[in-house]
Design a protein around this ligand. Structure first.
Ligand SMILES: Cc1cc2nc3c(=O)[nH]c(=O)nc-3n(C[C@H](O)[C@H](O)[C@H](O)COP(=O)(O)OP(=O)(O)OC[C@H]3O[C@@H](n4cnc5c(N)ncnc54)[C@H](O)[C@@H]3O)c2cc1C
Length: 407
């Protein structure tokens, strides 16, 4: 399999070039479906089958070109490229393509849905039987941690896995699981030792479960922000049986695995925020120079300039934090504190950037056509997903109170 190598700038340029040639035409062909809420979603809220099929095709094409798996470890067959480059790649895609449901965003594997370091913890049997379809983009997954009664406090989960010889029986429910309605499998977290879990000393394990397994059901799709459908869902598992070889990572240490993934998710979400913030800033600066009010371009009013300046300062600061955080992660350092600071700052900066962008565009800024509301919704949701602002602040404060104030 071919992997993009070379300088970071060349990798990003290669990715953008690949997306422009191979994926942009597919996005254009699909735009009528994506932009029409009556066609984008089915009655139950699930996305249109042609959108799911197009995502899969985009993943497969990107994997064949070596981009989809470029951040997956070399020993698993991936490109082994680093965290800083991952930040730059996600940022570049979002900067170029802006808000919305675009196939372009399926060209790099997200840690929870595709080939990632998590798979280095799979048993040889599971790896051999499943991973070949994961790394080629044919199969994709979702990540089941949150439950109706366990969000920020994920350790309060009640989904149980009980051992019966070489088989596990899993019963419980999950909520907010992104991409679950269209996923082929779920990385499902369940309590395997109630005492350890109650004492908050582990007791949670991770299982690979096919979404079509008997007893696994998508109960309902969650509609958010006024949408007619969505990608998050409530799932139920009733005596779902999986062999022990489907357990990923050490027994009772599943939470560590989840945190490993969440760290990658925080860098990804920071990069998305920076890319989208840059997109919003550039559009706002261009509009401010072309829109006239009371005899001159609104860009000449200081209140408009102040908004543009604030957006620029925050995009620059968030980008610098993301690049530094990625570089530190590439040395193998523990960057939990830096990741929490970066995600907290970058997502909030992006929310402010979209709010300012709407203000600068006046009523036009509120139209669907400009997609600013879409960008706002994306970054607003990330202030909750993958560690809320409050949980990130808790992580940062804990580190500070431990004396870690060296920056
Ligand atoms: C778009 C989206 C996609 C998601 N995708 C997934 C997914 O794929 N898989 C998955 O498992 N989960 C997913 N989630 C769930 C996400 O991880 C949770 O929403 C998040 O952990 C917060 O949990 P909660 O919503 O139950 O809020 P709660 O935990 O109930 O929190 C409510 C409020 O209380 C605050 N709070 C809670 N505890 C504390 C504390 N100790 N100190 C201070 N404040 C606190 C929170 O910050 C928040 O403001 C997704 C969420 C969203 C919005």
């Amino acid at each position: 399999m071919n992997h993009p190598g070379g300088e970071p700038g060349m990798v990003v340029a290669g990715l953008l070039d690949f997306v422009r040639k191979a994926i942009e035409p597919r996005d254009e062909a699909l735009s009528e479906v994506v932009e029409d809420p009556r066609r984008r979603y089915q009655r139950d809220g699930a996305e249109a089958p042609e959108l799911t099929a197009a995502r899969r095709a985009a993943r497969i094409e990107s994997a064949a070109a070596g981009y989809y798996q470029m951040f997956c470890p070399v020993e698993l067959g991936g490109g082994g490229l680093g965290h800083q480059l991952s930040f730059l790649s996600w940022e570049a895609l979002h900067h170029r393509y802006g808000p919305g449901e675009l196939l372009a965003y399926n060209t790099i594997s997200h840690w929870a849905n595709g080939p990632s370091v998590i798979w280095s913890k799979a048993s040889p049997q599971l790896f051999e039987s499943v991973f070949p379809r994961v790394i080629t983009g044919e199969a994709s997954g979702c990540f089941g941690m949150s439950e109706p009664g366990a969000g920020s406090d994920a350790l309060a989960m009640t989904t149980r896995a009980t051992r019966d010889g070489d088989t596990w029986s899993i019963t419980g429910s999950k909520q907010w699981t992104s991409f679950s309605p269209t996923a082929d499998y779920i990385l499902l977290f369940a309590v395997t030792d109630a005492e350890l879990s109650k004492a908050r000393k582990g007791g949670i394990s991770c299982f690979y479960v096919p979404m079509g397994a008997p007893g696994a059901r998508v109960e309902s799709i969650i509609r958010m922000f006024g949408e007619a459908g969505g990608r998050e869902a409530i799932l139920s598992f009733e005596d779902v049986r999986v062999p022990d070889e489907n357990r990923i990572g050490e027994l009772n240490r599943g939470f560590d695995l989840a945190m490993l993934g969440a760290s990658q998710g925080r860098l990804y979400n920071s990069a998305r925020s920076v890319g989208l913030g840059r997109w919003a800033l550039e559009r706002s600066a261009a509009y401010a120079q072309s829109r006239w009010a009371s005899g001159k371009p609104i860009a000449e009013y200081q209140s408009i300039q102040n908004m543009l300046a604030d957006m620029a300062v925050e995009v620059y600061a968030a980008r610098t934090m993301g690049l530094d955080c990625g570089a530190r992660a590439d040395t193998g350092a523990d960057v939990r504190r830096e990741l929490a600071m970066t995600k907290l700052f970058a997502t909030n900066a992006a929310v402010r950037a979209f709010d300012n962008a709407m203000q600068i565009h006046g009523a036009l800024g509120l139209t669907n056509e400009l997609r600013l509301h879409d960008g706002w919704k994306t970054v607003r949701a990330i202030r909750i997903a993958d560690g809320t602002d409050e949980i990130l602040r808790r992580t940062i404060a804990r580190e500070v109170l431990r004396g870690r104030m060296d920056f």
